[in-house]
Unconditional design. Structure first.
Length: 202
């Protein structure tokens, strides 16, 4: 928290009463998210922490399940938010070109923060054109360093699911990678409980 206050002070946001002002303008932010319990919990926690820094914070939760929901068109495509608490779906392949390459700007793209970095563009384009894992990883590490320096977004957490199985049953192989919860059923045709020799008549 002291570091956050220092950053605000260095950016010119001075403490005035219980809030912060810069050039006569109050520091106000609206956190936009969807009506999903975990996202609303995160938004409430951010509001609590940022309020202590003197930031006026409002929260806005949108029901994307509603028939008349325009969340995609108005909020995502329109980039109509101060702060967005939302998930990025990244599969087994670490390719994040769609989210961070500058070609994905605009209403049809997924670069929601309008992030532009030419060196990051080169790293992303080069990584997805490589087949060799070592070369791809090197390019993605290069991109990750640039991304962390620029900080166009903040990764709050990555959800983890624990999958418990009996050693007496052959299901998901120990140490295997399960990207989505549905992946644990990928080899269901091979599941077994016991195995042994069956006598065959000659």
């Amino acid at each position: 928290m002291p570091q956050a206050r220092q950053i605000l002070e260095e950016a010119g946001w001075k403490a005035v009463g219980n809030g912060r002002e810069k050039d006569g303008k109050k520091l106000e932010l609206t956190i936009t998210t969807t009506k999903k319990r975990e996202y609303q919990t995160i938004a409430d926690e951010l509001k609590k922490q940022w309020t202590k820094l003197g930031i006026v914070v409002k929260t806005k939760s949108i029901d994307i399940a509603a028939e008349n929901s325009t969340f995609v068109q108005d909020t995502l495509q329109g980039r109509n938010f101060d702060v967005l608490v939302y998930e990025l779906s990244i599969g087994a392949d670490p390719d994040v070109y769609a989210y961070w390459h500058s070609s994905q700007l605009g209403q049809t793209g997924y670069n929601f923060t309008n992030y532009i970095n030419k060196n990051a563009d080169v790293a992303l384009a080069s990584a997805r054109s490589r087949i060799e894992p070592e070369l791809r990883n090197a390019k993605y590490r290069q991109f990750a360093r640039l991304w962390l320096d620029d900080a166009p977004a903040i990764a709050l957490y990555q959800p983890v699911s624990e999958y418990i199985f009996s050693k007496n049953a052959s299901t998901v192989a120990e140490g295997s990678s399960v990207v989505t919860t549905a992946d644990r059923y990928a080899n269901i045709a091979e599941w077994s409980v016991t195995s042994g020799l069956v006598y065959k008549t000659p």
